[in-house]
Design a binder for this molecule. Sequence first.
Ligand code: DOR
Ligand code: ZN
Length: 451
Amino acid sequence: MGGTVHTPEGPREVDVQIAGGVITAVGNDRAPEDARTVDARGMYVLPGAIDVHVHSRDPGFPQKEDFGTLTAAAAAGGVTTVVDMPNTVPAVDAAGVMESKAALARRQARVDVGLWALLRSGTTSEDLEGLAAAGAIGFKAYLGYAFSLTRKQVHYSPDLDDPDLEAPPDYGTLARLAPVIAELGLPLLIHAEDPGILAAFRRPLETYADLLAARPAEAEAVAVAAAAEIAGASGVRLHVAHLSSAAGLAAAQEAIRAGAPLTLETCPQYLWLCDDDFRRLGNAMKVYPPIRTASDRDALLEGLAKGVIGMVATDHAPHTDEEKAAPFGEAPSGSPGVQTLYVSCLELAKRQGDVWRAPRWVSEAPAALAGLQESKGTIAPGFDADIVIVDPNKATRVRADVMRSRQRHGALDGMEFGFSVRATYLRGSLVSGEGRRAERPSGRIVRPFRR
Ligand code: DOR
Ligand code: ZN
């Protein structure tokens, strides 16, 4: 009680009442005599973030991360739901794999978890229906990423002569399956880098400039335009993951103008950093698609300010600090980020003149994408009491020693944001803050609401 609450009508100085894990009242009604109260005077009371782009690495690479460490980092950062990418091992390409992964997540999750499913070039309509029935939030296509049939693993490989590798999903795969996905009412997600363009510009990576030349912005723009064309024709809801360039944004805007059902996501690393930061950060900022130039960053900031880009997710993709210490060309791409999503977005929104945009980027819009808008993303009666108390007068400095993810050094290392997460509540129960760390797995598996 006593905080400034982000309500659908805007920020209000009201109390939030909770019973049975659900919000029962938002207003100035008297609380029941026996109610326990939390003093939030001077604080912001925000809906828990929903990070729709995380890589738990679980199962497959527990040395990089698992559901326990991922969700502990999420809880510490005010993220109450994570939606996990399917490139774990075995990759989530069938209902049975999804069910085992859900069981594994449930045993360790400190926050709620949703699961994306994988779209392969060999995926059938029956596979999609099975995955949807098993609770898939939607389907992710990694354009250009082949599938190892023996290892059940997705990886970037242009070597298509290898009989173990199934060809990557291409625009034909998207066109063939988009109507089925539309019929299921679920979103289609793309990793938007055109494989033909990446193949043409492939080169040894010695410098950061080599990386930018090897994965140019045209690759993103071409993939966005082509996939949007398919979305327009089939009516499938298309979601572009980790938008990284001005050219990609322009292609998306063009497609939206033409009526394509498109949502866009970018990540804090593309909004805070540019190529110049490589001197300071080194491999910690090696991610795919790459962090590009200052003008790309500024275009993305403008897209976010104008609402063309509606959401921010992290692409939390940890590796071990040892793996990241390899020479630039060999070091794996990816950075942790889930723990700093909320504070970094509050700082961005404040600089854009309206701090209350942040919960829309990280909670409301992602809830709609993931089909969770009936239960999450909003502080109103009937919604899950997933609530974050943020101190707007206490800064957070991103330091390795307070990170709960297994990879401690990420792309935002050393940055300072003028907000801190004081407490995170999942369905009314404290999961982090007030001197407490999320230790008990009280997270659940969430499924999309389907019309
Ligand atoms: O940098 C990246 N890392 N980009 C991706 O698309 C995949 C991710 C990973 O899984 O490591
Ligand atoms: Zn990713």
